[in-house]
Ligand binder design. Structure first.
Ligand code: PMP
Length: 431
């Protein structure tokens, strides 16, 4: 496979775009690659790069592309908007209808505000929790990435740890000092932290099913314990469902497990591939937001007709009968073949899967928290990643990311992927 055009574009990019990429997770540094692949076009489950190589895509743009690329319903929704004007700076009916659609699927979001990214959504839920409780501190879970706002880049994992940078430079110690980090799935650690700082904690920020050090589900009762401990301490529970909402079923992880947070942040899938974020929660809390209350948040592009229409088209498609069963059944097939292939060629792996999203770890203990995920062998993952790439399978270039199935993947794609998995494990060095 020749990728020389990507190589030369990368050299040009390095000159003009810092690091050659517009988001560090797109770089191939974490997987030992000299240059990332530059894609030229995409349709359904496929990508084509600048040298016309075809790949089956399991990146799904880090999550949003759950219907595959250039889905006709989303394309049509976008085209319709372009003829009606793309940005008004006024309220529109579509925003109301979309908010209603989301609230029907995730009832704890009694009131909603649209923003432009997951980062903005999470950042604002934190401000709101602080405004509502009059407290400053936030508890988060080690390794969970919640966007790139100052407060949550403390022990963030995902992007930063992929690069081997523990956190980020440029964050004042005074801000980092407001963040308490505890291990995921560890109610005792959470309880101890709350005992110590109880009357200072505004909120507990949690990915109810982690998507950022791979797919890591909560252990039974963990989410209930988070709620109970938070509320005893007078703190709010904030769910970051930027990755998880509408990923596993038509709703959030909260509706899947029937646990209600006070506030929720959304992004990714709800934009159908266009930039979006949303936050929402209990009405009595949301009423603190301007113009109703004293907590300010605004956005020129917020609720823009393109993102709202693409998002509505995406959720309408996802709500069709059988969609999530299809994703889960493809996920199940991949899971069982990955285990078989690893066993056949004597490689020790762990695999976590929820429906159509899975992560393969190269380690010998089940992964239930960030410490466990970190033990996954980076070198082995990098080798596996490149072997799969050579077979035309595009995985996320990080051991901490998931393989995302989309409704565009066909049985033929799955069969080809399974062939590539066997070949890659066969050729994967043992040490
Ligand atoms: N929260 C989570 C759980 C995420 O995975 C991400 C992005 N990967 C974000 C927040 C930030 O979203 P965005 O990149 O849209 O700002």
């Amino acid at each position: 496979m020749h990728t020389t055009t990507s190589q030369s574009l990368y050299h040009e990019a390095l000159d003009v775009i810092v690091g050659g990429v517009n988001s560090p997770s797109r770089s191939f540094r974490a997987v030992g690659g000299d240059y990332p692949i530059f894609m030229k076009s995409a349709k359904g489950a496929y990508f084509w790069d600048e040298d016309d190589n075809q790949y089956i895509d399991y990146l799904a743009a880090f999550g949003p592309i759950i219907l595959g690329h250039a889905h006709p319903v989303i394309t049509k929704a976008i085209q319709d908007v372009t003829e009606q004007g793309i940005l008004y700076g006024t309220p529109t009916e579509k925003e109301v209808r979309f908010a209603q659609m989301i609230r029907n699927a995730i009832p704890s979001m009694e009131q909603i505000r649209f923003v432009n990214s997951g980062t903005e959504a999470v950042m604002t839920t934190i401000r709101l929790a602080r405004a509502y409780t009059g407290r400053d501190k936030i508890i988060k879970f080690a390794g969970c990435y919640h966007g790139h706002s100052d407060l949550v880049l403390v022990a963030a994992g995902s992007g930063p740890s992929t690069l081997g940078i523990p956190d980020s430079a440029g964050i004042p110690a005074s801000i980092a000092g407001e963040v308490i980090t505890v291990p995921f799935n560890d109610p005792e650690a959470l309880s101890l932290a709350l005992d110590h700082w109880s009357d200072q904690v505004a909120g507990i920020l949690v990915e109810p099913l982690v998507g950022n050090f791979g797919i890591v589900p909560p252990q039974p009762e963990f989410l209930q314990q988070v709620n109970q401990l938070a509320h005893q301490a007078g703190a709010l529970v904030i769910y970051d469902e930027v990755i998880t909402a509408f990923r596993f079923h038509f709703g959030g992880v909260q509706t899947m497990y029937q646990v209600e947070p006070d506030l929720t942040a959304l992004g990714k899938i709800i934009g159908g591939g266009l930039p979006i974020g949303a936050y929402g929660g209990k009405k009595k809390i949301m009423e603190k937001v301007a113009p109703m209350g004293p907590m300010y948040q605004a956005g020129t592009m917020a609720g823009n007709p393109l993102s709202i229409s693409a998002g509505m088209a995406c959720l309408t498609e996802l709500s069709q009968e059988g969609t999530y069963d299809q994703l889960a059944s493809m996920g199940e097939q991949l899971e069982s073949e990955i285990w078989n292939a690893a066993k056949k060629y004597n490689h020790t792996i762990q695999l976590n899967r929820q429906s159509g999203a899975l992560t393969v770890y190269f380690c010998d203990q089940p992964v239930t928290d960030y410490d466990g995920a970190q033990k996954s062998d980076s070198k082995k993952f990098g080798q596996f990643f490149h072997l799969m790439l050579q077979e035309g399978i595009y995985l996320a270039p990080s051991k901490y990311e998931a393989w995302f199935l989309t409704t565009a993947h066909s049985q033929e794609d799955i069969n080809k992927t399974i062939e590539a998995i066997y070949k890659s494990f066969k050729n994967l060095p043992h040490s």
